[in-house]
Design a protein around this ligand. Structure first.
Ligand code: ATP
Ligand code: MG
Length: 593
């Protein structure tokens, strides 16, 4: 784990864990995994007394920044308490899940810097347990097979203010229920013909306790279990069992599951009464999900952006997917710092995107070496520098880390500078190049601007200047030259043209698709209405020679511009392609319409 991880700050989840450990809640555990139907153990028999958390993605999409919060939280707790965090694929739904997603999730969690050791699990491997427990619930009178149609079930469910009605099938005998459930399992009925429900209370004020479904019939092929099953457990029934089988101590999830907690506890308590689960049982703890301005963090919207080609695939650097963020140049350390900084709470909140970007800047400022790149090149000709001659200047690789040394940057008669570093008629307070002004060419010489060349349309095509031969940075007397401007440059003869991709926010508004001032009351906007048409710009930059051999994913600060990364896919040593990760300062809104 990186040394940049700050000391943990306490929060309500840590308080719960501290209290559980102080009370010796797990000290009595005898075995790690729960015994299963065939006398086998479901999972992880080692270290039964330790705390266990889990990250349980459903493999039906790529992970996004919100998942990173959950990953850092769960794996971070396990790390700090010397426990374990499981990576568990919650693959109980046969229809939407794919191997491609499983692989990408494994990669993303590793990339964030976390290790689950032996604790990699699939919920689908517990189908035998779930089925056995369902039969136990039937036998104990806690579950029944309902044969109402979907419409009847919906109608009898009641509303928030009205109790539901008991199903006419609620009083079936244990024998009849057991027989029907076994026939459901054997494939004797079509999808939807019957459903297994928990028998709790149709009048409960919590709708989730009005006899929720446990098992449904689905004649579908599952990516892991193939055609073995034609009944599949519902998520809300499966999840507590998965946690219990793996001896999860603290099952941390987002707030929308708060109303499900009574059912989570009900399922485990009933099964434990039958002696089929060991105590203490896992406890569910809810926290507020991550919401960020200027991005969408919902799989459904992300899928739409990809499928409708508003972006270039799942790893488009503008997407808040972890594969996208990685290509953008965001760092795992930055994600961990961000998670620690925003903390966890019970109250929903919206985090400013700049808070996220500042974390990335902070990490990159520490770690990224400095290099020079001219993004909008304009020729600067030093008329009194001998033609054909060249020499070396020396630039520090990192201003905060002198031990990283300096590198040679070639200097010659013709340089590239930024177009915006020259103005024929300077605005007030402009200290860069204009006729008659002197500036320092960073790490090089002081020059005095003498004029410029223009084409027929009046566009500046080159700037002319004269240099002071005794003003070279680092030489005696160089400090006698006082200049207000200090601009960067590369030698035209030595630099090379390179594709640089300037990425910006994908949405123009903090709440994509939200209402705007003056909107008619009945106007509905979609998040696509707020797409930023200038979120990607390709430019031909001029780079200093030291950047030529950059390896994919090497990160640099381009001085005065921001942080850049050699693209993971399209970049190769000798032929790099750079993506802008983030500007040096928050410049959002400047130059935007
Ligand atoms: P989405 O809401 O984007 O479709 P999901 O919740 O359906 O995501 P899962 O694969 O079920 O995705 O999520 C895995 C874990 O990540 C869950 O524990 C979930 O609570 C957590 N998670 C998902 N989104 C966020 C978020 N925005 N902030 C924090 N945790 C999240
Ligand atoms: Mg979900």
């Amino acid at each position: 784990m990186s040394s940049s991880a700050p000391a943990p700050v306490s929060n309500f989840i840590r308080n719960i864990i501290d209290a559980d450990l102080a009370a010796g809640k797990y000290a009595q555990r005898r075995w790690g995994g729960q015994p299963g139907p065939a006398g086998t153990h479901a999972a992880a028999p080692q270290d039964p007394a330790k705390i266990r958390t889990r990250f349980p993605p459903e493999p039906n999409g790529y992970l996004h920044f919100g998942h990173a919060k959950s990953i850092c939280l769960n794996f971070g707790l396990a790390r700090d308490y010397g426990g374990a965090c499981h990576l568990r694929f919650d693959d109980t739904n046969p229809e939407k899940e794919e191997r491609e997603y499983v692989d990408s999730i494994v990669d993303a969690v590793k990339w964030l810097g976390f290790d689950w050791g032996e604790n990699l699990y699939y919920a689908s491997n517990y189908f035998d347990w779930m089925c056995q427990f369902a039969e136990y619930l039937i036998t104990a009178g806690h579950a029944y097979v309902d044969s109402q149609s979907a419409e009847e079930m919906r109608a009898n469910r009641g509303t928030l203010s009205e109790a539901g009605k008991d199903s006419p099938f609620r009083s079936r005998s244990v024998e009849e229920n057991l027989e029907l459930f076994r026939r459901m399992k054997a494939g004797e009925f079509p999808d939807g013909a019957h459903i297994l429900r928990a028998k709790i209370d149709m009048a409960s004020p919590n709708i989730n306790l009005r006899d929720p479904a446990i098992y449904r019939i689905r004649h579908a092929t599952h990516h892991n279990t193939g055609d073995k099953w034609c009944v599949y457990p519902m998520y809300t029934y499966a999840h507590p069992i998965e946690d219990a089988l793996e001896n999860i101590t603290h099952s941390i999830c987002t707030l929308e599951f708060e109303d499900q907690r009574p059912f989570y506890d009900w399922v485990l308590a009933r099964i434990a009464e039958g002696g089929l689960l060991q105590k203490p049982l896992p406890q569910q703890i809810e926290f507020a999900r991550l919401n960020l301005t200027y991005v969408v963090l919902s799989k459904r919207k992300l899928i739409q952006l990809v499928e409708e080609k508003h972006v270039d695939g799942w790893d488009d650097p503008r997407l808040p997917t972890l594969v996208g963020g990685r290509r953008r140049g965001y760092t795992p350390e930055g994600f961990r710092l961000f998670t620690d900084r925003i903390g966890v709470s019970k109250a929903d909140s919206l985090i400013e995107y700049t808070v996220f970007e500042d974390c990335m800047r902070e990490v990159l400022n520490e770690s990224a070496e400095r290099r020079i790149a001219v993004l909008d090149p304009l020729k600067l000709i030093i008329d009194n520098y001998p033609e054909g001659e060249e020499e070396e200047c020396h630039a520090p690789n990192h201003p905060l880390k002198p031990d990283l040394g300096k590198r040679a940057v070639p200097f010659s008669r013709e340089l590239w500078i930024e177009r915006e570093d020259f103005q024929e008629t300077p605005p007030k307070g402009y200290h860069r190049l204009y006729p008659g002004n002197t500036v320092r060419l960073r790490y090089g010489f002081v020059v005095k601007c003498t004029g410029c060349d223009k084409d027929e349309a009046g566009n500046v095509t080159a700037v002319h200047c004269e240099y002071f031969a005794d003003s070279k940075s680092g030489t005696p007397g160089a400090d006698n030259y006082k200049t207000k401007g200090n601009i960067h440059w590369v030698s035209a003869k030595h630099s090379y043209a390179c594709e640089v991709r300037l990425y910006d926010r994908l949405f123009l508004r903090p709440n994509p698709g939200g209402r705007r001032e003056g909107d008619a009351p009945d106007l509905e906007r979609g998040f696509l209405d707020d797409i930023n048409p200038d979120s990607k710009r390709l430019i031909a930059a001029q780079l200093e020679p030291a950047l030529k051999d950059a390896q994919p994913e090497d990160r640099f600060q381009f001085e005065r511009h921001g942080y850049f990364v050699a693209d993971r896919k399209d970049s190769a040593p000798g032929k790099p392609v750079f993506n802008r990760t983030v500007t040096l300062k928050d410049s959002w809104g400047k130059g935007q319409s």
